[in-house]
Ligand binder design. Structure first.
Ligand code: KIV
Length: 280
């Protein structure tokens, strides 16, 4: 079966079929996402926080993204895999953006890239799309600009700001983006943008009316516990579940309950005896 394509994603909007998207950063998380039937996997630069322990996505490099994307691609055969272009890998000029988007496909093995920004990045999006690389846009709270925003703050609450966000999303569609992420904006604004665009909107903290929802793997599975954004719904308590499993392992090791006979390789005791005799 071929991978899900950007055309499939766009058809889902046409058919009113919601699009679930989750991040993945390695072979195993990608396999779990795919086994669950997730059609689109994003190798998000959020890996800087939930996998590498940085306090923002800014330190993430292109090398990090390629390394993790390769593992995610190996862990999937059906899902559309998107590489999130990291901070300063596409903002310098369109040539730099094109080169890194190309590396995402050639070296990372992904099928599409995502980049942050609206009207200011539309020309860059156009250049990348022109050479045949599918691009997903990202507007609203764009985490690579956290310091410019003065924190992880909701966007588009005021009329002028909201109008700019509509224009941002429309400029990305006009530039050829195949979908756009809307992050941390009021649900009513998410609804308006979704209605105005032909391409799918994928929300994260942007209300229920978006064409799809994206969540960070470690957030929805309860693996990342440093903080929990309001828009996260935890579907598992991964941290607690894994912690108690490891506590059990500690107890079993200390009490010699692990490994059991069944978990041991069998060997004829007479061989051991013969070795002991040979060693005396
Ligand atoms: O990096 C990321 O995980 C993202 C999503 C949250 C949209 O950009």
């Amino acid at each position: 079966m071929p991978r899900v394509s950007i055309r499939d994603i766009q058809e889902m909007k046409g058919q009113g079929k919601k699009i679930p998207v989750v991040t993945a950063y390695d072979y195993t998380s990608a396999q779990i996402a795919e086994a669950a039937g997730i059609p689109v996997v994003l190798v998000g630069d959020s890996l800087g926080m939930v996998v590498l322990g940085h306090d923002s996505t800014i330190p993430v490099s292109m090398a990090d993204m390629l390394y993790h994307s390769q593992a995610v691609v190996r862990g999937t055969s059906r899902a559309l895999v998107i590489l999130d272009l990291p901070f300063l890998s596409y903002q310098i000029d369109a040539d730099q953006a094109l080169r890194n988007a190309g590396r995402a496909l050639q070296e990372g093995g992904v099928q599409a890239v995502k980049l942050e920004g609206g009207q200011r990045t539309a020309e860059t999006v156009r250049r990348i799309v022109e050479v045949g690389i599918p691009v997903m846009g990202h507007v609203g709270l764009t985490p690579q600009s956290v310091h410019a925003f003065g924190g992880y703050r909701a966007q588009g609450r005021k009329k002028e700001e909201a109008l700019e966000l509509v224009r941002d999303a429309e400029s990305l569609q006009e530039a050829g983006a195949f979908a756009v992420v809307l992050e941390l904006i009021p649900g009513a604004l998410g609804r308006l943008i979704t209605k105005r665009l032909d391409i799918p909107t994928i929300g994260i903290g942007a209300g229920p009316h978006c064409d799809g929802q994206v969540q960070v793997f470690h957030d929805i599975l309860g693996l990342f516990t440093d903080f929990m954004p309001k828009h996260v719904r935890r579907y598992a308590e991964g941290f607690e579940t894994f912690k108690s499993a490891l506590e059990q392992f500690i107890d079993d090791t200390r009490s010699s309950a692990f490994p059991s006979e069944d978990e041991d390789l069998s060997m004829d005791e007479s061989i051991i005896k013969e070795i002991e005799e040979a060693l005396t």
